[in-house]
Design a protein around this ligand. Structure first.
Ligand code: ATP
Length: 358
């Protein structure tokens, strides 16, 4: 268990982290998600022990690891690290990359040559590099290099694996492949993982829990499904997936949109958790279009974008622009069409699943 307790970090006069509180359970896979400059790497460096907090404590498995006055350095913590740049050693083979941290790890146990070789083989197998043990980095593809970096980090069986945008240098296909690799590694090693990314789909896909950061603060900590369906702030709603922030008023019976005071939209489950007054966060796939009738909320389609699996509409309504995603099999609208926008019947059906998940 790792506890970040009321941690702030200043660089000179600039505060990069404001009173962060975070608990990471043993074996948990945490994604730290946020825009550039929000403090993700700063948090990771504090967890690694590269620097200490300006205020607050970091406790790992009951031991105080860092305060403003004293920091346990990275080599005295049982952690593994993987960064965006692979930083492999050009003169070492793949097998050497795994052997080196085993030889130099502070918690190293005395092992016979045969035991050591068998551990190296296990790690090679885990990252799918059995056939590449004797190769040098210059003889590997980008994905294989990243696997070596992973293997090097996990070889000493760290309790905590810290990863800073580890796949951002890889192309899209490889990135998808590496996401599965890391899920497999997590399953098989049981290590806690803190994975920094600015890619929301990556965070949603792989993490047990997402920490959404903005401007040096944590906006929300929750499992991916909760982050997506029950965002607590406008920032979380719009940073993770697309979201329409619809103005109006919550009443007992539901939400009355400002631009259609005659209608009442049912709560799809966000009313209690969303912390901004007078805003209903509605996902594009929770809205639907129909031909404009005399009454109801009218808009005009301004853009139509075909996406293969759905159609993305941009709709101008009085005082706002909304996005609506519809399945391809529904009747299509054209730019210029007058349309009625309403909540899709059946939107929010994930509620049953969510209550089971919680
Ligand atoms: P990115 O996704 O771009 O890597 P990040 O979320 O990881 O960003 P950090 O690297 O943690 O962001 O930086 C947070 C803020 O602290 C930024 O505004 C950055 O400019 C500032 N910062 C980081 N390191 C230092 C430093 N050594 N001195 C001064 N300011 C710094």
């Amino acid at each position: 268990m790792i506890e970040v307790q009321d941690v702030s970090k200043k660089y000179g006069d600039f505060t990069a982290l404001h009173s962060i509180d975070l608990k990471i359970k043993t074996g948990e896979f945490i994604a730290v998600l946020g825009p550039s400059g929000c403090g993700k790497t700063t948090l990771l460096k504090l967890l690694a022990g590269f620097m200490g907090p300006t205020t607050g404590n970091i406790v790992m498995d009951g031991t105080l690891m860092a305060t403003a006055k004293r920091v346990t350095p990275p080599e005295k913590r049982n952690i593994g690290m993987v960064f965006q740049s692979f930083a492999l050693w050009p003169h070492m083979t793949v097998a050497d990359h795994i052997k080196f941290p085993l030889d130099h790890h502070p918690n190293r146990k005395k092992e016979s040559k045969a035991e050591l070789q068998s551990r190296i083989n296990d790690v090679l197998g885990l990252v799918g590099l059995d056939a590449f043990a004797a190769r040098y980095p210059s003889e590997l593809s980008g994905g294989q290099k990243q696997r070596v970096a992973l293997a090097r980090a996990i070889a000493p069986l760290p309790n905590l694996l810290l990863m800073d945008e580890p796949f951002s240098a890889l192309d899209v296909e490889l990135r998808m492949e590496m996401r599965k690799e890391i899920q497999k590694l997590h399953r098989e090693t049981g290590a806690s993982i803190v994975f920094v990314t600015h890619d929301q789909s990556e965070a949603l896909a792989i993490a047990d829990k997402i920490v959404v950061m903005n401007d040096g603060r944590i906006e929300q900590i929750a499992p991916p499904e909760i982050i997506y369906t029950r965002p607590e702030t406008p920032f979380v709603a719009t940073f993770v997936g697309k979201c329409n922030l619809i103005k109006g008023q919550w009443k007992k019976e539901g939400f009355v949109p400002e631009i259609d005071p005659g209608s009442i939209w049912p709560d799809l489950g966000v009313a209690r958790s969303f912390k901004a007054d007078g805003i209903y966060p509605v996902r594009p796939e929770q809205l639907q279009l129909s031909p404009a009738k005399k009454n109801g909320l009218h808009g005009r389609v301004t853009f139509v974008q075909y996406q293969g699996h759905e159609i993305h509409y941009t709709v101008e309504v009085a005082g706002g622009t909304w996005t609506v995603h519809e399945p391809v099999y529904l009747p299509r609208f054209q730019a210029g069409d007058a349309v009625e926008v309403s909540l899709k019947a059946g939107a929010g059906q994930e509620r049953d699943f969510l209550s089971a998940a919680r």
